[in-house]
Ligand binder design. Structure first.
Ligand code: SF4
Length: 337
């Protein structure tokens, strides 16, 4: 059991957690919305510190990060729990375990064990992923600090709902992030995820301003977030933050509580990709469509092929020291250790 970071004690043994934008007021004996932070006699504790439910060595392309050490390995970890309740969650068996099954489970693992295994596996990065890293922040932060001291980089794959205090705290040891921008309407965030849109938009701006390498993912769900107007507004927002931000548009498959919606037609993903380019974004990718043209990285300035991918595999990397081999223009990203 570990005392939580980022909370304050209130009257009557209540506490206010300010790790994520829900800012739960947690009464004595109760848990926050995420189900993994509990108030024990006026002290907020993390129930998932050192309880690792998943650990894998993944290609970094799987996060997805396409402009961050392409072809490298990323040691990926998670605990159970999430501060969102997405009806379409692809990892609901672990993310919603505390709320759906009232269960917290994981293998006892210290930050040192995670870092040692990452080094042994030849990974360049540790990815905090699969569920929401914000809710296992104490483990992520302690691991990230140790990892940085060993020359590893740290990556958050996140719903972007953390508070600014959380970001400021981890920022020196956070090198890359893929943030889900699940929709551009508050209605979708409330109804489908149990959250709000505004904190996510604010954090996308903040992460970019902090200089952490940022890519954004949108899972395109037929009839729920795929209208042309919404996609235009979303892409315009991203391009306004920085047109260098790579935008990944992924194909939805029915799962968890959203089994009555059919998979996204590939042509909808490609249309959304066009919308991203029309808004001024320089790098827009299709996801969950292995073999699609939209998996490749092409120089924004001259159209030369830079990274040829199939699924998560790199077939050819033609980027030279972060530059296009044809026009010699600089390609935004994190290319070298
Ligand atoms: S992390 Fe978020 S959901 Fe969990 S207790 Fe803190 S404010 Fe609530």
């Amino acid at each position: 059991m570990k005392e939580a970071y980022l909370y304050e004690k209130m009257d009557n043994e209540s506490v206010r957690c300010f790790l994520c934008s829900h800012k739960c007021l947690v009464k004595e004996g109760a848990k926050g919305i995420c189900g993994v932070r509990e108030n024990r006699a006026g002290t907020l504790v993390s129930l998932v510190y050192g309880k690792v439910i998943a650990k894998h060595v993944d290609p970094i392309e799987k996060k997805p990060l396409f402009h961050f050490l392409p072809g490298s390995r990323s040691y990926s970890v998670a605990t159970v729990g999430c501060n969102f309740k997405c009806r379409f969650c692809q990892n609901a068996d672990i993310s919603q375990m505390p709320s759906d099954q009232n269960l917290i489970w994981g293998e006892d693992t210290t930050p040192a064990m995670i870092v040692n295994e990452a080094v042994k596996s030849g990974s360049s990065t540790i990815a905090y992923t699969y569920t929401e890293p914000t809710i296992y922040y104490e483990l992520a932060l302690d691991t990230a600090r140790l990892a940085s001291s060993k020359g590893l980089k740290n990556i958050f794959v996140s719903n972007g709902y953390m508070t600014e205090e959380c970001l400021k705290d981890i920022h020196p040891d956070l090198h890359g992030a893929n943030i889900d921008l699940k929709s551009f309407t508050d209605k979708f965030y409330k109804k489908q995820c149990g959250a709000k849109l505004e904190p996510v938009l604010r954090n996308i701006e903040t992460i970019r301003r902090m200089g952490v390498w940022l890519e954004v993912t949108t899972l395109l769900i037929p009839g729920l977030n795929d209208s042309l107007d919404e996609l235009k507004n979303l892409a315009k927002f991203l391009a306004g933050v920085d047109s260098d931000i790579p935008w990944h548009i992924s194909r939805f498959h029915p799962t968890y509580r959203l089994t009555d919606v059919h998979p996204t037609p590939p042509e909808s993903i490609r249309r959304a990709r066009d919308t991203g380019y029309e808004a001024g974004l320089k790098y827009v990718y299709t996801g969950n469509l292995p073999g699609d043209e939209g998996e490749k990285t092409v120089c924004h300035a001259c159209g030369a092929l830079l990274l040829d991918r199939f699924g998560f595999n790199i077939r050819e990397n033609r980027i030279k020291n972060g530059h296009c081999p044809q026009c010699h223009g600089e390609i935004p990203g994190f290319w070298k250790q």
